[in-house]
Design a binder for this molecule. Structure first.
Ligand SMILES: *Cc1c(COP(=O)(O)O)cnc(C)c1O
Length: 455
């Protein structure tokens, strides 16, 4: 049986699933700047990360190997839902009346409904290997919390999650899902940590932020030897684990003899975007294809397009090492937009560096245009997207309409990194006309930027 461009789904068999993650770092023209110790401001060494992460992940964080074997146990779990389908969006193309061909990689088929289990399973595995009994973490919209709770359940570990207050209130079913997988959830800021209590004292109604929730989870994990912290995005090892997405897409596009003209993805901390795009950047560097690569972020939290490229903390309280990245200021609290997974003040340092090298471009899109796109996508393709990938879809639709204007058969590839079936309150608000357009809050950003530490 052959696969053709006329098909809707381009599938790989389990035996075709890639068995290595791709590390882009050794292929880059310049190495990414190191993380710095928050006190001495000297480059941070493995010992600085040991209270938080297992050694295997610290080594992946700084690895110069181009490929890293995916452990058999992890591959075996991946096979519960991977390889994930690549779809041709025939009905969306028709609705847009575009000559473009649109393909989307669907990660919503995972047990937690997003791409996050690709790294959650790997992180739980390496922690388990090193004797860790419990993982703490933050979650924005709840996708990372549910992915890590799922992974911990498979490895018989405990999981404690600080969920950003605004999502905790808006998305009660994410909490129920985390609890179903055996995790424990607290709203953040909470009164369980010093970081949380300090924020609550200053503002008892704080909607929370990913930066605050990270401070809380780190504070609990750091002093306890059998407890480690897991981050769902931003770090090199997380982006590494997500490269299985792009590796699969390369194989899937080869089956229908397509090469992309443009890749579009949404960026919060950069993990699904890095996962999709890094294998294509490798091909581009090798000269086998030449796609444009575009990241879409929310106007309410535009770290790539408006942030400073400088050293800043990864969390609100300033406990993490300093990382050189695009940042809006570590204690900037974005408006409570529905795309909770994109409400992070910073950006992956690796993706930030790659942006500085000129290997991608970025745009910021307002919340209403994203939901317009999400609804059009649901009404044509049948899948309700999570609020985060509505940004990728809005970017894709802009490309498809531009291709129509130019009369071009543009091949557009995007990542639909999660479904929105637990985000229907957001759609409800949209239909009720109660969604603010979340423009760029310039004054608050300028103010938060004054507190970025000098290095
Ligand atoms: C977490 C999440 C994001 C944002 O994180 P990235 O690291 O930028 O991918 C985007 N989409 C979904 C569905 C998520 O769960």
């Amino acid at each position: 049986m052959t696969t053709s461009r006329k098909d809707h789904k381009i599938l790989l068999s389990e035996s075709e699933m890639p068995t290595q993650w791709y590390n882009i770092v050794p292929d880059l023209a310049a190495p990414p700047p190191p993380a710095l110790h928050p006190g001495t401001k000297e480059p941070a060494g493995p010992a600085d990360f040991e209270p938080l992460f297992p050694l295997a992940l610290i080594l992946q964080e700084v690895s110069m190997e181009r490929y890293i074997d995916i452990p058999d146990e992890v591959l075996d779990i991946y096979r519960m839902w991977r390889p994930s389908p690549l779809y041709r969006a025939h009905r969306l193309e028709k609705a847009l009346d575009t000559p473009a061909r649109i393909y989307y990689k669907y990660e919503g088929v995972s047990p937690a409904g997003s791409h996050k289990p690709n790294t959650a399973v790997a992180q739980a595995y390496y922690n388990k290997q090193e004797g860790v009994k419990k993982l703490t973490t933050e979650t924005g919209a709840g996708q990372w919390g549910s992915a890590l709770a799922f992974a911990c359940a498979l490895f018989d570990m405990e999981c404690e999650v600080w969920q950003v207050r605004s999502s905790y209130d808006q998305k009660p079913y994410r909490k129920a899902l985390i609890e179903t997988f055996g995790g424990v959830v607290h709203p953040s800021p909470s009164d369980l940590t010093e970081a949380g209590r300090a924020i609550l004292q200053a503002n008892p109604a704080s909607p929370g932020s990913l930066g605050i929730a990270i401070s809380e989870a780190v504070e609990v994990a750091a002093p306890l030897p059998e407890v480690r912290y897991a981050l769902g995005s931003v770090l090199n090892h997380v982006l590494l684990h997500q490269t299985i997405i792009g590796e699969e897409v390369l194989l899937q596009l080869a089956k229908v003899e397509e090469t992309p003209d443009v890749l579009v993805g949404c960026v919060g901390g950069g993990s699904n975007f890095g996962g999709l795009s890094f294998p294509f950047m490798r091909e581009k560097m090798a000269g086998t294809m030449n796609p444009r690569i575009t990241a879409v972020e929310p106007s309410a939290c535009p770290s790539l397009t408006k942030g400073l490229y400088t050293y800043d903390f990864g969390d609100a309280a300033g406990m993490t090492p300093l990382m050189k990245m695009h940042t809006l200021g570590h204690d900037f609290v974005p408006d409570p937009i529905h795309a909770g997974g994109l409400r992070y003040h910073g950006m992956s340092p690796l993706l930030s560096h790659i942006y500085e090298l000129g290997m991608l471009d970025a745009v910021a899109i307002n919340q209403n245009e994203c939901f317009d796109a999400g609804v059009q996508f649901a009404r044509t393709e049948g899948i309700v997207p999570a609020p985060e990938p509505t940004h990728a879809i809005a970017g894709t639709i802009r490309e498809a309409l531009d291709a129509k204007e130019e009369g071009e058969e543009r091949v557009i590839v995007t990542a639909l990194c999660g479904h929105g079936l637990l985000d229907l309150t957001a759609y409800d608000r949209y239909f009720a006309g109660e969604m603010n357009d979340s423009a760029y809050p310039e004054e608050r950003v300028q103010e938060a930027m004054t507190r970025i530490p000098a290095v």
